[in-house]
Design a protein around this ligand. Structure first.
Ligand code: NAP
Ligand code: ZN
Ligand code: ZN
Length: 347
């Protein structure tokens, strides 16, 4: 039997989110029903709820930074038991058979991964995300939250954590490497913590110095304002890796100039507008302009275990569901310190 679940939804593009109810599918053979405790607000939720990336499915229940407790398991479930602390990120299923799925890159499933919300499930029904009190997910797309991580600070790791951990690992951020993080919002502040824990020398490139003290406390070795043109002169040719987490179009040419010869600018930000780039800024110095999208399920588990081992979670501002719309405005104004997390008991 499907269950009626309380949720917060955007009824139409750009409309304020409001309290509603949704139906969750009956718990199937390999499904777990998760009692959602906390749900992070990712900037991607706002891009999608406002159709900034294109046409979306409404009503939309956003939320792909989900942490909670298993409340029920299907008869075929082997990985989880009732009471386990678990998380769900940006996808809830994929074909499991294509090369990418087999390689642990389910986010690039050849048949299309099934997003946690704003997508269609295998049964053809729309998926609804984590701004809700419960969710039913196949156990293979659920990860375990280690005991050392409180659920509220773990929730944002399900997207912000994996999205920054995966490229930092791939591009070898570690001892002896100079890494810059552009934008100290939800993704950026977690990136600072992870890059520091990986042993890299970390610099934050933020629009202003307003958050400098916080950045240094989170593990940055240096902090610069990109509104100051002197920053670009002083840091020319400095970094091995630059990770951009910026949600708006940036002058990538200016940032590529901050790389050493052979360095890489890795972009995870997903602005709604295209950028233009003079390609001389990559051919000069054999530079790489790369991208990265979340991470696979096994790597998401690896990231959570890494964060637990290093005592590392998100810096959160816990809010009630009625504050979601206000939180969206604050994220858009770069006024987030550093991830809004919804206490789903208020839904
Ligand atoms: P966020 O909390 O809003 O952080 C973005 C930060 O970028 C802001 O805090 C701000 O940092 C900086 N910024 C914003 N507007 C700017 C501008 N006009 N110029 C320069 N800097 C600006 O957002 P988020 O949740 O971290 O997400 C960041 C982006 O990543 C979004 O586009 C999101 O959709 C995308 N994303 C991608 C993936 C992926 O898989 N690739 C996964 C999750 C999210 P300062 O105040 O420090 O300047
Ligand atoms: Zn996200
Ligand atoms: Zn696949």
């Amino acid at each position: 039997m499907s269950t009626t679940t309380a949720a917060y939804a955007a009824p139409a593009a750009k409309a304020p989110l409001e309290r509603t109810t949704i139906e969750r599918r009956a718990v199937g053979e390999h499904d777990v029903l998760i009692d959602i405790k906390y749900s992070g607000i990712c900037h991607s939720d706002i891009h999608q709820a406002r159709e900034g990336w294109g046409e979306a499915i409404f009503p939309m229940v956003p939320g792909h930074e989900i942490a909670g407790v298993v409340a029920e398991v299907g008869p075929g479930v082997t990985k989880y038991a009732v009471g386990d602390r678990v998380g769900v990120g940006c996808m809830v299923d994929s074909c499991r058979e294509c090369d990418n799925c087999r390689a642990g890159l389910e986010q690039f499933c050849a048949k299309g991964m099934i997003p946690t919300y704003n997508g269609l499930d295998k049964n053809g029904e729309p998926t609804y995300g984590g701004y809700a009190t419960g969710i039913v997910v196949d156990e293979n797309y659920v990860v375990r939250v280690p005991d050392a991580l409180p659920l509220d600070v773990a929730a944002p790791l399900l997207c912000a954590g994996i999205t920054t951990y995966s490229p930092l690992r791939y591009w070898n951020a570690g001892p002896g490497k100079k890494v810059a993080v552009v934008g100290m919002g939800g993704l950026g502040h977690v990136a600072v913590k992870i890059a520091h824990a990986l042993g890299a020398e970390v610099t934050v490139l933020s629009q202003s110095l307003r958050k400098k003290d916080d950045g240094l406390k989170l593990g940055a070795d240096a902090y610069y304002a990109t509104s100051d043109s002197q920053t670009f002169k002083e840091l020319a040719g400095t970094f091995d890796v630059i990770l951009s987490t910026v949600s708006a179009p940036l002058d990538f040419g200016a940032y590529l100039a901050l790389l050493k010869t052979g360095g890489a600018l890795v972009n995870v930000g997903a602005p709604e507008e295209p950028i233009s780039l003079n390609l001389f800024s990559v051919i000069g110095g054999n530079k790489t302009l790369a991208g990265s999208m979340i991470g696979g399920i096994a790597e998401t588990q690896e990231m959570l275990d890494f964060c637990a081992e290093h005592g590392l979670g998100a810096e959160t501002e816990l809010i009630g569901a009625e504050e979601i719309n206000e939180a969206y405005e604050r994220v858009l104004a770069s006024d987030v310190r550093y991830r809004f997390v919804i206490d789903t008991a208020t839904i």
